[in-house]
Structures are given as C-alpha cells and as structure tokens.
Design a protein around this ligand. Structure first.
Ligand code: FEO
Length: 172
C-alpha cells in the first residue's frame, strides 16, 4: 500500500514502540515486586499500568500499519527487577513517564517539521495521556513519601479510596 508516512516518521514511531513496551515490562516487574511484598493494591495499580503501556505500543504499531508503514516488533531495553523500597519503584516509574513525555513532544515536533498533520493529530491522544500518567504517578510518589516505607498500608488505603487510579483501563 502507498504509505502516508515519511520514513523518518515511521522510524521515530517505531522507536517509541520500544519505549512503550519497555515501560510495560518495567511496570510488570514493579507489579510483581509489590505482589512479593504483599501489597495487592500497589501490585494491581502497576499491573494496570503495564496493560496501558502495552496498549500504547499497540496503538502506535496499528497506526504505522494502517498508514502504510512497516511496524517493527522490538526487543525491550533492560528491565530493572530488584528493588529496595516502594519509593524507588515509583520514582523510577515517574522518571520513565517524564522521559516518555519528552519523547512524545519530540515526536510531535518531528510531525510538525515534516508537515505530517495526520501524525500530529494522532499524537495528540498521547500528549493528553501523558498529563494523566505523570500526574497520577507524581501523586502516588507523594503519598508514598508522606506515609513512609513502614506505613505502606496507608498507601494501599489511598489506592482503595481513589479507585479512579485503578479504574482506568485504557481504551487505546
Ligand atoms: Fe505510554 Fe506511560 O506512557
């Protein structure tokens, strides 16, 4: 099929797919860490985040395919599997979300530079999604710091009392 996308745009979106699958696997590692610590709400939160990141990757791959480009299914980057504290887990997640936000912004910049308004419009969903993701992860980090590592059951209570954090199953 004729491609609606320039090679530079296809390459950049495929590169972002690596980041989204890596984020998904990283959240899975964090989810199982919390399972091993018997913190089921934190585990559920990160299992859902892992599903969302998988959906983000799929959304990007489907877009490339639909627009006539060649989607590449990648290996992920290295995943961290050993954690000392809950704060370490969530801080890593927040840093990851901030990095993805920069990457999405760079993708939008590329789409604008290439006068690719289809891709620019497609990416707006991700721009808005990053606001939600950075915000919820930043809130969770604040709650963990306030509770402290010896009071993580308070964090579990917070997640129970704020079900919107857990209710989000991404539509993608
Ligand atoms: Fe797909 Fe959390 O960014």
């Amino acid at each position: 099929m004729t491609s609606l996308l320039k090679p530079s745009v296809v390459e950049a979106i495929n590169t972002q797919v690596v980041e989204e699958f890596t984020a998904s696997m990283q959240y899975l590692a964090i989810a199982f860490h919390f399972e091993s610590e018997t913190l089921p709400e934190l585990a559920s939160f990160f299992h859902l985040q892992a599903q969302e990141e998988h959906a983000h990757a799929m959304k990007l791959l489907s877009y490339i395919s639909e627009a006539g480009g060649h989607p590449i299914i990648p290996a992920t980057k290295q995943i961290k599997n050993q954690f000392e504290t809950a704060e370490e887990c969530v801080d890593l997640a927040l840093q990851q979300e901030l990095q993805v936000t920069d990457q999405i912004n760079a993708l939008v910049d590329l789409a604008v530079k290439e006068s690719d308004h289809l891709t620019r419009q497609f990416l707006q969903w991700f721009v808005t999604e990053q606001l939600e993701e950075v915000s919820s992860m930043s809130d969770l980090l604040n709650v963990i710091r306030r509770a402290g590592e010896h009071n993580l059951l308070l964090v579990e209570d917070y997640l129970i009392r704020n079900p919107h954090e857990l209710a989000r199953t991404d539509e993608a």
